[in-house]
Design a protein around this ligand. Sequence first.
Ligand code: ADP
Ligand code: MG
Length: 548
Amino acid sequence: MIGIDLGTTNSAVGVIEAGFPIVLADTENRRLLPSAVSFSGDETIVGHEAKDPITSVKSLIGRSEVPESYHGAPTKTENGQIYVQSGEKWLTPVEVSAEILKTLKSTAEMRLGTPQTEAVISVPAYFNDRQRTETKEAATLAGLTVRRLVAEPTAAALAYGLERASERTKIAVYDLGGGTFDISILEMREGNFEVLATAGDTELGGDDFDTILAEKLNCTIPEAIAAKYAFDDADEVQGLTADEYEKACWQLLDRSRRCCERAIIDAGVAKTDLEKIILVGGSTKMPLVQRHVESVFEQSPDLCMNPDEAVVLGAGIQAGLLSGSIQTLSLLDVTPLSLGIETFGGLMNILIPRNSTIPCKKGEMFTNAVDGQTSMKINILQGEREFAKDNWSLGELEVPFTPAAKGQARVGIQFSLDEDGILSVLARDTATNEDLLLTIERSTVDITNTAVEKMIDESVDHAFEDMDGRIFTEAKIKADELLPALDEALALCGDSLDHETRSSINAAKSDVIAALEANDGKVLKSAVARLDDATEELASLVMQSLLG
Ligand code: ADP
Ligand code: MG
């Protein structure tokens, strides 16, 4: 299933590949397809090569009257049906949109090598029923079944990875495209984004900046567009300073400001409530727009995402969720497998369990297993199996410490996982407060689905034997401690015990030894517990004699 951003100016198609959303490029490696279609004779040309094309057909879809702002192509209206002209042909907005969708469909099929018949398509949050229905009709004509229409700001929020945002997070999505401007305030509720308010201006977009530059520089529109792009990383273009350019655009920016203020009021939020300002649409690449957004919202917008691709990536993510190619968005923002270290008996000790959201931190205290030990080897593990040897070793850290009696040296281990899944392991000798730090270069979340599935399947397949193994190992560690200690205690105070206690201790002891030989975890565990109980009196006698 594919995700489509069917834009007024540009469109694109995306998909989830190996757990990651990607935009699919055409044969010329172009990721954006101009929403432009020309018909001449039997030939239909969509996109870059279209000549005198029909453009901005999105602003006609689902309408019965041509908006005044429409300058795309000649139009006529008959019985409430709009037609646009290309060459000799008159076409409905649905038919024109279908051509754009067909082109995106075939780009996806070319890249993916399989037929694509289902899609998620993004639409503006304010699209009414008729606009939505006609968008679906266009898809049907293109041979696509629409599995869901997703609101553009919601798609953008998904692409920004905001599904991991805490409950009750509020954000603003500022979308300035070629000819339209939309501002949406969203709130995350129970894992879904709800649009609290939208506002916008269907006659405000990148085109208006082109017109202003053409006037200022006294040049053609294509030249003005080139100048506009040049301002992305220049303070002066053809003698016009960025400052002067910005001043010339003040009316446009003022219209944007008023929409934003209205949306904030309608949503009933304060600017300080907004966790993030997301930028969408090609025109937000203009530094002057970014400064404007910062001044309106009194915080800097998030610039981590290509604003051209946020919507299509979000539509692709939604498609991945619906088709089951990703279960939750979690693949991108939670640990796919548990992280831990090897402890006594070769067991896996989990510090960060599978599916923990990242970034996160987790610490635990470990002690030495042997008297006088001078260092501890920390084997860092990833996986779901009970035994260290069955998990993946990510690295090792040798922590030196001051020699101490068994269980006396204490080493604190802290795992921190950053947003990218990079794991840092910090080990601290609590006696000296000396730290050792190891960073695992390979991302711990960047693992193929197949590897994750294999690990989990194996852990399920081996669950019983692994569990028995763990129970045995843990009980054996205890038995290995208990048996020599028991012999010492008996030598010290055994004579003070009555006959009955002595024989129950002996019985429990031989049960433990038998279970150790039989290699049976459950039997050993209960035998160890019985021995523990039976030696209660002995232990307190030993304590008394030690305390003198
Ligand atoms: P839509 O959502 O309306 O389909 P887009 O988001 O694709 O539109 O935005 C297209 C607009 O973005 C055009 O006006 C284009 O000139 C402008 N644009 C794209 N890239 C840049 C850039 N790097 N600098 C300035 N403007 C840009
Ligand atoms: Mg757009």
